[in-house]
Design a protein around this ligand. Sequence first.
Ligand SMILES: Cc1cc2nc3c(=O)[nH]c(=O)nc-3n(C[C@H](O)[C@H](O)[C@H](O)COP(=O)(O)OP(=O)(O)OC[C@H]3O[C@@H](n4cnc5c(N)ncnc54)[C@H](O)[C@@H]3O)c2cc1C
Length: 449
Amino acid sequence: MSARVTVVGAGFAGSEAAWALAQRGVPVRLIEMRPVVQTPAHQTGHFSELVCSNSFKSQDPDSPAGLLKSEMRALGSLVIPTGEAHSVPGGAALCVDRDRYAAAVTEALERHPQVVIERRAFTPDEAESLAQQAAEDPSHSLILATGPLTHEPLAQWLATQTGQEHLYFYDAVSPTVDAESLDRSIVFAQSRYDKGEGDDYLNCPFTKEEYHAFIEALVAAEQVPLKDFEKAKYFEGCMPIEEIARRGKDSLRFGNFKPVGLEDPRTGRRPYAALQLRPENREKSLYSLVACQNRLKWGPQKEVLKMVPGLQNADFVRLGVIHRNTYLEAPKALDATLQLRARPGVYVAGQLTGVEGYVESAAMGIYAGMCVAQRVQGQEPVLPARPCAYGSLLMHLQDETPRHFAPMNINWGLLLTPDEGVKMKKDGRRLWQLEQARAAFSQWMTALA
Ligand SMILES: Cc1cc2nc3c(=O)[nH]c(=O)nc-3n(C[C@H](O)[C@H](O)[C@H](O)COP(=O)(O)OP(=O)(O)OC[C@H]3O[C@@H](n4cnc5c(N)ncnc54)[C@H](O)[C@@H]3O)c2cc1C
C-alpha cells in the first residue's frame, strides 16, 4: 500500500482525525474494529457512535462548551456540523438523532477519496511495526484514537510504551470545584501540621452536628448502578466514600476526612472532621475534593456535597465518578502535539489523552489530525495559545502540577482566569475569559493560515 497515515479507532476522535487529515490532502487508512469486534458499550458498526446520552452539551457561544464547538467548526470539524444537521430538540444543548448522526459521519468518511477503511482489530504487533516506521517516515505516522474501551491487547501495548503507571484503566475521580465559588469565610488554607505545601491545601471544617448530618445524607443518596463489564476489579484501591461511610459513622472521620494537624482559625481548635481541597492547576482556579471518589447520581451528589461547610454555593465543574476508562497520564506521556514522548511519530487522540466527553474527544481528534498533517507536510507545529478553548484543554493535558490526573470536560475553571489580585464580579470575569479566548483563537487561525 502507498504511504498513508494510519488512524486507529473511528469513534469521535478517530473520525475527526481522519477527516482533518483527508481534508488537508493527506491520505489516511482508518481502522475500526466494530462490528467485527464489539466493545462492551457500543451497539453498532457506525463511526462516532454515542454510547450513552445523545447530548453534545451547550450550543450557547458564551459557554465553554459552545466556545469549543465554535473553534471546532472553524477548524473544519465533521462531527459538529453533522450533529447540527441531525439535531433533535434539546433546549440550549445540541442533541442528536444518534442513528442518523452516526450513519452520516460514517458515510462522509466512506465517500472521502483520501480515506481507506479497514474493519478489524488493530494488533500490538502492527502497532510496534508501524511505530518503528513512523519514527523514520512522517507519512507513516500513527494516531491511536481507541477511546475509553480500547481493545485490551492494544491497551497493554500502549502501557508498555508509556510505563504501566502512566496508563489508567479505571477512573476514580473526586469532584472538582471552581475556586471562585468557595465560601472563604469558612474554608481555610493550611497544610497538616503546617508542613510542606504552604497554603496549597484548603480545608472545609465540620462541627460534630454538620458531620453526622452529612454522613446520614451520604449513605441515603442514590448510586449509579454498575455496568456488567465494570463489576470485576471495581473497588480495588478506590472505595467510594458512601461505601466507607456505610462501614460506620466515624469511618470517614478517621480516614479520608481526618482532621489531625489542622486548626480552624475561627475557633483556634481542631475541627471534628475536615474535607481537604487540593489545587487542580497551576493557576489555582480549580480545586479537587481530596479522596472523595463516589458513585452517587449527579443530582443527589451535588445536594450531599453542598452540605460540606464552605461548599454550600459550590460550582462543581466535575462530579465524582468511578467507571471503566482507559486514559494516559498526559503530562507525563504526551507532548503538546499529543505525540507519545517515548515514541516519535505515534500520536494519541480523544479520551485516551485525558479529556472527557464526546465533544472534547472529537476536538482532540481534529487537533491530532492537524498536528500529523503538519508533520507529514514538513511544517513546524503551530500550537494554540493558552486562552482559547483548545489552549485550555491542552493546558489541562500539559500542566505538571502534582495531582491525581483525571480526564476533564471543558469548563470555566480551565479557561484563563485574571491574575490573582484582580477582583472581578462573576459576569465580568466570564466576559473577560471569553474575550481572551476569542482573541487567542483568531491569532491561532492567522498563524495556521
Ligand atoms: C459507558 C460509557 C458511557 C459514556 N457516556 C457519555 C455521555 O453520556 N456523554 C459523553 O459526552 N461522554 C460519555 N462517555 C464518554 C465518551 O464515550 C467518550 O468521551 C467518547 O466516546 C470518546 O471518544 P473517543 O473517540 O476517544 O473514543 P470512542 O468514541 O469510544 O471511539 C474509540 C473507537 O476505537 C475502536 N477501537 C478500540 N480498540 C480498537 C482496536 N484495537 N482496533 C480498532 N479499533 C479499536 C472502538 O471500537 C471505538 O469505535 C461515556 C463512555 C462510556 C464508556
